[in-house]
Write a protein that binds this ligand. Structure first.
Ligand code: PXP
Length: 256
């Protein structure tokens, strides 16, 4: 895949955790994450992402069962590399699992997984999920050493944490983007698929989508927030547009 000749923009996985956050605020069934998955599909999303946290603060076990059974889009299940989560994943067999670090007190997934330091603990989880035909990705900070370890652990993909890039401004954001580029290049050299996500919005997605090795973006909080104003389908369509524009701009710059 050359920079100019990228075949298509990255896939968009819509993270519906915060539809469940809203539902849980009142303890009932509305709004339903499965309905959100159906709207995402109609709006052109390529997949659904959901994080089953240890404390079940948003997505619940029953949501995972319904999403696997009833959604037309492939499910990417985000989860900690724990025994309990591994059992649940093996029971439901989602299309993909993204292993993430998890701390109970955090508001969201604050940093990437330490694949280097946690290799021994991760290896059997990756092995068991992969043997069941599930595509395993590791959510890591954009550091080439973490990417290289993901390859040694025989993961299918890495998902690069874009939070620092999104939070930074000016020269610091440019440096963070460069780290994403370097790590995406390392993923390609190591034979891994490269995904990215966390904190992305309309203003930040373009330059990440333009990195040619990145073939999937997982975006949630911004889309669900924007759905309040635009509706979920329209928020997703606009995000796809921004992704396509980011890729097109990069292609034009490379040709000049
Ligand atoms: N990718 C991973 C691995 C995540 O943990 C999250 C947050 O749950 C996302 C993507 C989506 O991040 P955001 O909700 O900030 O778009």
């Amino acid at each position: 895949m050359s920079e100019v000749g990228r075949e298509r923009p990255p896939r968009l996985g819509v993270n519906i955790d915060h539809v469940a956050t809203l539902r849980n605020a009142r303890g009932g069934e509305h709004p339903d994450p499965l309905r959100a998955a159906r709207i995402a599909e109609e709006a052109g999303a390529d997949g659904i992402t959901a994080h089953l946290r240890e404390d079940r603060r948003h997505i619940r076990d029953a949501d995972i069962a319904r999403l696997v059974r009833e959604s037309l889009l492939a499910l990417n299940l985000e989860m900690a590399a724990s025994e309990e989560m591994c059992r649940i994943a093996l029971a439901h067999r989602p299309h993909a699992v993204c292993l993430v670090p998890e701390r109970r007190q955090e508001l969201t997934t604050e940093g990437g997984l330490d694949a280097v330091g946690g290799a021994e603990r991760l290896a059997p989880v990756i092995g068991a999920l992969s043997a069941a035909g599930i595509r395993v990705s590791l959510f890591v900070d954009p550091e080439p050493a973490q990417v290289a370890m993901a390859a040694r652990l025989k993961a299918f993909a890495v998902e690069l944490h874009t939070g620092r890039y999104c939070d930074a401004e000016g020269a610091e954001r440019a440096r963070a983007l460069e780290r994403l580029r370097e790590s995406a290049g390392e993923a390609r050299r190591q034979g891994l698929e490269c995904h990215a996500g966390h904190g992305l919005g309309f203003e930040t997605v373009g330059p990440v989508a333009a990195i040619p090795e990145i073939v999937e973006l997982n975006i949630g909080h911004f889309l669900v927030g924007e759905a309040v104003f635009l509706g979920l389908g329209e928020a997703i369509r606009r995000m796809r547009q921004r992704i396509a524009e980011g890729c097109a701009l990069k292609a034009r710059q490379t040709r000049q």
